[in-house]
Design a protein around this ligand. Structure first.
Ligand code: NAP
Length: 308
């Protein structure tokens, strides 16, 4: 039986054996001119590569888009569905990893861990200076925007740290004992820590608006591990600059890999290069789940983790 042609980035975190089961076309960026595109039946899609009508047009034989990662806001799923193309993602296997990082960002931002480390490396401790006291997480209430798989894992960790946790989703979660807010601005006004864990895309664009940031206020800390587009970045920068927000911990940005210069200049933010799931084991598990989907699909058993 001939091997199915698939499109895959050159360095993909799964075993060579698994890739060898396919006729692989290697390309980092999907665009006109990549040889063999017209024969491609599936894509292992990593990064923020956009797939819309124009890209789908290049691959008339495409059956499956297997996204590496849980967020699939870069893929036009409606356009794919119209062509009977199935889209899969890699939920669950990265949940705990991303939740760990969210906690790391929160503690780093409030307790000023990177700033303290810079202070030590600069020799200032050795020279007799004392690092200023930081704010505390003790007694703070945290609000999670997007209490899904990752949001729940974050809530579990926050409760382990004896923090009170509330949440805002579009709908109340049945069986969830955390206090629910239908009104995001109201929740932001009632908490001192706001953690964003929603999907990206049009529906959540600038959900964390100027108004929400103002409600969080001068003692508030924002942590975003979702997508940069979910936060009004200009309003965030202004608030951080003018002391109308205490701090922020950000793993994601609106125009990655570009980070606004203003953010780079600020001392009250912790900035990471989108590494939420970026641990070796988890990235391998994600790569394997992409291939589990491909194998299942081409064995005629359907996709394992379709997005809808
Ligand atoms: P999930 O289980 O689908 O959870 C998403 C949650 O967001 C759901 O509970 C949903 O509840 C809520 N939600 C959706 N739209 C909302 C809105 N407008 N307002 C308030 N809540 C809303 O997804 P997950 O696995 O936890 O992943 C969440 C997101 O994390 C991904 O989509 C991705 O963008 C991001 N992520 C980032 C990294 C990283 O490296 N930083 C890694 C993995 C994932 P309702 O439907 O009830 O609103």
């Amino acid at each position: 039986m001939s091997k199915a042609k698939i499109l895959i980035p050159k360095i993909f975190p799964t075993s060579r054996d698994r890739i060898n089961g396919y006729d692989a076309v290697y390309a980092e960026v999907l665009k006109e001119g990549v040889p063999g595109l017209s024969e491609v039946r599936a894509i292992a899609l990593a990064g923020q590569q956009k797939i819309g009508e124009a890209e789908l047009e290049l691959m008339p034989k495409l059956e499956l888009i297997a996204k590496f990662g849980v967020g699939y806001d870069s893929v036009d799923v409606d356009a794919a569905s119209r062509r009977n193309i199935v889209v899969t993602n890699t939920p669950d296997v990265l949940t705990d990893e991303v939740a760990d990082l969210a906690l790391g960002l929160l503690i780093a931002a409030v307790r000023r861990i990177p700033q303290a480390e810079r202070f030590l490396r600069e020799g200032r401790w050795r020279n007799g200076e004392t690092f200023p006291l930081s704010p505390s997480l003790r007694g703070l209430k945290a609000g999670i925007v997007g209490l899904g798989r990752i949001g729940e894992a974050i809530a579990q960790r926050l409760r382990g740290m004896n923090m009170e946790v509330v949440y805002c989703n579009r709908r109340q979660k049945p069986g969830c004992d955390l206090e629910y807010y239908a009104d995001l601005t109201q929740m932001a006004a009632d908490v001192q820590v706001l953690i964003v864990a929603t999907p990206g895309g049009g529906e959540t664009d600038k959900l964390i608006s100027r108004e929400v940031i103002a409600a969080l206020g001068q003692h508030g800390t924002l942590v975003n591990i979702a997508r940069g587009t979910v936060v009004d970045e200009d309003a965030l920068v202004e608030a951080l600059k003018n002391g109308r927000l205490l701090a922020a911990g950000l793993d994601v940005f609106a125009k990655e890999p570009k980070v606004p210069d203003d953010l780079l200049q600020l001392d009250n933010v912790v900035l990471l290069p989108h590494v939420g799931s970026g641990a070796i084991k988890t990235r391998q598990d994600m790569g394997d789940l992409v291939f589990d989907n491909l194998d299942s699909w081409f064995a005629g058993r359907g996709a394992i983790t379709p997005v809808r």
